[in-house]
Design a protein around this ligand. Sequence first.
Ligand code: HEC
Ligand SMILES: [Cu+2]
Length: 394
Amino acid sequence: MRMPVLASTDPSSLQKIIFGEDAASIAGAESDAMFMMIFWFSVFFFVVLMALMVWFTFKYRRRPGVAAQPSPHHNTLLEIFWTVVPSSSMLVFFILGFQGYTKKIVAPDDAMELRINAMKWSWTAIYPNGAKSPEQQPLSYYKDPATGVVTKGLDYPIFYVPEDTHVQLKMVSADVIHSFWIPDFRTKLDVVPNRYTGFGFKTPKLTESDIQDDDVTIQRDMWVFCAEYCGDEHSRMAATIRVVPKDTYQDKIASWAVKGSPVEEGEKIWNANCKICHTIDGTKNTGPTWSHATVDGVEYGYGYDVQLTDGSTHPRDDNYYRQSILDPNAQVVNGFTAAMPSFSAQLSEDDIFNVIAFIKTLSDRGGATEGDDGSAPEENAGTTEADETAGSDS
Ligand code: HEC
Ligand SMILES: [Cu+2]
């Protein structure tokens, strides 16, 4: 997001106006250069054609007493000229563009593979060791001019990548078409359901200018956006790519691979995948709140009965939650639309268990939450669960 220093390029001030900031990769800088080449090519022909047109309309305008000149029907030499010259320039653009495209779409064989899962409306990165990054940061702050109070915007995930490294993305969508766009690399690509797509990039080398205010941290942040309209919260489908030194990256992903208690792991999943639609503070969003709360006279939360759109009521127990996650459209909560994607391909059996463990801590009918301190062994949690379900049914 800050001005990267690219020794190999010296962009013109016009280029700065068009792109705002320099590209953060060589391939990106080449895209900018190509854009500028096509831009100047078009400017040249625009000026030549418009000047000729104005001059000809003036010179050959109809005047009294001047007979119209006979127009030639055919001029082979001229026609060959104005066909060959423009089409060979197009061919040059095509060849340059195609080379640039192949360079961006595939990274070298030894590239680090980063998996990206897209869903309405969040991105998840899965690192080579299987870890997911739990780190997030607000991408916006709002300062109330009257009170001076600063409010944080929503948190967005931070994806860590090592500096000076080839990265190849392997992306898939759980629902609709999204598009993973890293403006600083000048690359975006559709992320579609049922097949992998991906592109490669080389992360920049960090320099002096990437040292942060605290004089210790050295990193560079870049935006990620979704560039394919994918529903209500499309504009919030953002993330940060953070380039860090190689050893920082290794330490980070190693620490994320360590698992917490079921409740902690469940909260991480909420944070990464569910937060955009489900609150835990009792307010209504695209989906029902997970905590025990009364919204518009309806009670929500674990252990409280749910009203479904088919008119039936059902206790909110473990199996109800399980089905709501795997097959959300089978039982749609009254007052909501069937807007939730199925997580059957996204979450493992363990993940589902953990999310439910987390949801239980949000309700007074969720039972004792031994999982909280991270000490409860999973076998025990199983029996506790059965007891609670029996309790809440009565
Ligand atoms: C795109 C928005 C969206 C996302 C993301 C989403 N949900 Fe939902 N969810 C909904 C909507 C809408 C409903 C209500 C309609 C229904 O029951 O299908 C719902 C209902 C539920 C319910 C039933 C809640 C109740 O109180 O009866 C559960 C449980 C649930 N979701 C779990 C999850 C989990 C777990 C995740 C993340 C892994 C998740 N949802 C992500 C939209 C979403
Ligand atoms: Cu999207």
